[in-house]
Design a protein around this ligand. Structure first.
Ligand code: GTP
Ligand code: K
Ligand code: MG
Length: 332
């Protein structure tokens, strides 16, 4: 049985299983199993072609944002607008066949933007370049899901199905969960509210499914098991071609940004929103007795440790590290 069939089987069993206190542990196990299979689905297949087909783009900069969506929604046009890289765009589908990286310079940070080939229906089951697309998206700190404002709402549902099949959830509010990976120490689990829709055992099972054995988890909201994952923004492009009423309606949808690449509408706002969602902090290093160099920050995601900062400067720094003085300013 292939992985896709196994996933189907588990999903069916989950659908058959009534959700209640007595079954929640069993459902958690199934969920972890699903997570494992999904991960397998994302692992590169050796027989699917020569290595280095353009998807192994080296991570660079301070964070990575992946552009994902159906063909011809304007992903490449956006990359060419926001970065110095030109990615070919055209009116026909599948213009882009590999991952094209560009760099957005913002507030002293370099954000890598990845333009990806269009996703096809069935991508999650290995059709088209979907597998590589999704694998690349999974390496990103933020996924921008791009949609065509001139197309029907159906596209969103179809894309949702593809992304959901690999554990990427579309347009869900980011739950108030703080999650920190560690190298040792096991899992510490804390909640500030009573969990009524999931429980510690289930979440531990899910973490194990993702091979996360050492991390701190702090949950500050009564989440469901499903909400335990992902960060993304939905972007509707081509608003130059729809009615104002329609633009207004789309713009009011939560976690949604409306833009027009062609008419340069709202692109700055999109970058602001990416930055916000990425939760970046700027760290300025300084020498004793000297002012910090405010032109050249080290940019990290919120929650980064001093060790992460050291490693981002130079690999030799952390082993010889003794102490750090840290000043925090909330005035950005
Ligand atoms: N009206 C309008 N057309 C746009 C806009 N942005 C892009 N387009 C057009 O949409 C078509 C597809 O753009 P691409 O950037 O190639 O789209 P893509 O998503 O990269 O497509 P694939 O690489 O084939 O998946 C081109 O003809 C663009 O000129 C926009 O804001 N408004
Ligand atoms: K295209
Ligand atoms: Mg393209």
């Amino acid at each position: 049985m292939g992985v896709v069939e196994k996933i189907k089987e588990v999903e069916e069993e989950m659908a058959r299983t009534q959700k209640n206190k007595a079954t929640s542990y069993h459902l958690g196990l199934l969920k972890a199993k699903l997570a494992r299979y999904r991960q397998q689905l994302l692992e590169p297949q050796t027989k699917s072609g020569p290595a280095g087909t353009g998807f192994d783009v080296q991570k660079s900069g301070d964070a990575r944002v992946a552009l994902i969506g159906f063909p011809s929604v304007g992903k490449s046009t956006l990359l060419s607008k926001l970065t110095h890289t030109q990615s070919e765009s055209a009116a026909y589908e599948f213009t882009t066949l590999t991952a094209i990286p560009g760099v957005i310079e913002y507030q002293g940070a370099n954000i890598q933007l990845l333009d990806l080939p269009g996703i096809v229906e069935g991508a999650s089951q290995g059709r088209g370049r979907g597998r590589q697309d999704i694998a690349a998206a999974k390496t990103a700190d933020l996924i921008v899901v791009m949609l065509d404002a001139t197309k029907s709402e159906e596209q969103r549902r179809l894309l949702e199905i593809e992304l959901d099949a690999v554990g990427i959830r579309l347009n869900k509010t980011k739950p108030d969960v703080v999650f920190k990976k560690k190298t040792t120490g096991g899992i510490t689990f804390n909640t500030t509210v009573k969990l009524t829709k999931t429980d510690e055992k289930t979440i531990r099972t899910i973490l194990a499914g993702y091979k996360l054995h050492n991390c701190d988890v702090m949950i500050r909201e009564d989440i469901t098991t499903d909400e335990f994952i992902d960060v993304l923004i939905d972007v509707y492009n081509k608003i130059d071609s729809i009615s104002l009423e329609m633009v207004d309606k789309l713009a009011r949808t939560p976690h949604t940004v409306v833009i027009s690449c062609e008419m340069d509408l709202n692109l700055d706002y999109l970058v602001d929103r990416m930055w916000e969602e990425l939760n970046m902090v700027k760290i300025y290093t300084k020498k004793r007795g000297a002012h910090p160099d405010l032109t050249d920050p080290v940019c990290m995601r919120k929650g980064a440790t001093i060790e992460n900062v050291c490693n981002s400067i130079h690999r030799s720094l952390a082993p010889n590290f003794r102490y750090a003085l840290v000043w925090v300013s909330y005035l950005f």
